[in-house]
Design a protein around this ligand. Structure first.
Ligand code: HEC
Ligand code: HEC
Length: 279
């Protein structure tokens, strides 16, 4: 049995990145302000991390919620509603990917116990599709191996891309989240080999920590998503009571995850607390 997964194609490249010498000292050329506010001609789009972009949008939405709700005045419910819904949507996506990963490992274990090889293979592919699904949604195009050659080839309706490897002198820092990802990948690969050889105990022992990590991430994202959704519901119902608590529960999960997984290398903007000055 051979399990071919796109995740390997995507991840192999990244391994090459990870194996590069850490943090070079290249500084990007200084860039002036864009010609217009919405700079559609941005030539650096391939290097933008969707994960970080989404984080910044959640930060903006969280701070709009506080700005519209803080103090004794009637909150601006119609500003809080869409901002909270925006956070809920983004957090739910991450929550769903991690939940899917935990569920596929559970199902795979059941298939192993039933000696169901096609079933186990199918669950393993679903696991890879959930990892890759999140990567397609969160990585920068460069991380996804979209080079200038790829772009040119696709513009000319060509599919043979000539797999050019871009050289990175400057891999991202080894923040705990990245180290976790590298560990998950090693376990994924080891499980794949064990599955091909039908070594059931090894498949289980490699994937147990993957499921455990996925459940921990799903819990944090679920806490963000549930409380953000509750904030949106309260805003819709124009109810102030319960808002500070839901906001505190939501932002506690942002803080907890940053403390555990972002690392001191990254300057993190945590969302503003609910209470504070109103001018
Ligand atoms: C389950 C983990 C997790 C949760 C939950 C989470 N974050 Fe993050 N966040 C991270 C990680 C990891 C980074 C660092 C990413 C990097 O630098 O590569 C980060 C970075 C950020 C950044 C900095 C982005 C930049 O420009 O470098 C902001 C802002 C942010 N998060 C806001 C939030 C807000 C607001 C919430 C809650 C509504 C939240 N995050 C919830 C993991 C999380
Ligand atoms: C919720 C989204 C999400 C899920 C689910 C997810 N990842 Fe990731 N992964 C990311 C992000 C974001 C990065 C980029 C980290 C960075 O920029 O440092 C990443 C990076 C990686 C990397 C590259 C690490 C490096 O050296 O830069 C590997 C390998 C990886 N993930 C493997 C996995 C595997 C295997 C799974 C499934 C078991 C998985 N990931 C599930 C979001 C996710």
């Amino acid at each position: 049995m051979r399990i071919v997964s796109a995740v390997l194609a995507v991840l192999t490249v990244v391994c090459a990145i990870a194996a590069c010498t850490p943090a070079g000292n290249q500084t990007p050329a200084p860039k002036g302000p864009p010609a217009v506010w919405d700079d559609q001609s941005d030539p650096d789009w391939r290097h933008r991390s969707q994960f970080k972009a989404s984080m910044r949008h959640m930060w903006i939405a969280a701070n709009r919620i506080v700005s519209a709700g803080r103090g004794d005045k009637r909150p601006n419910y119609d500003e809080i509603w869409p901002a909270a819904a925006d956070i809920a949507r983004r957090a739910r996506m991450a929550h769903n990917f991690w939940s899917e990963i935990a569920r596929t490992v559970d199902n795979l274990v059941l298939a192993l116990d039933d000696d169901d090889r096609p079933g186990a293979s199918d669950e393993f592919r679903a696991l890879g599709a959930a990892c890759d699904g999140c990567h397609l949604a969160t990585w920068s195009p460069t991380y996804l191996h979209i080079t200038p050659n790829t772009v040119e080839a696709w513009k000319q309706n060509r599919i043979k891309l000539g797999m050019e490897m871009e050289h990175f002198d400057n891999p991202p820092p080894e923040i705990p989240n990245r180290v976790l990802m590298q560990k998950l990948w090693k376990q994924y690969q080891a499980a794949q080999v064990a599955l091909q050889d039908w070594k059931k105990p090894q498949v289980k022992s490699e994937l147990a920590p993957v499921a455990e990590a996925a459940r921990a991430q799903a819990q944090l994202w679920g806490q963000v998503a549930d409380n953000a959704a509750q904030l949106a519901e309260l805003a819709r119902a124009q109810k102030r009571a319960g808002m500070p608590e839901a906001y505190a529960n939501m932002s506690a999960a942002c803080r907890a995850c940053h403390a555990a997984w972002a690392g001191p290398e990254r300057p993190i903007h945590n969302p503003m607390p609910w209470d504070g000055p109103t001018d």
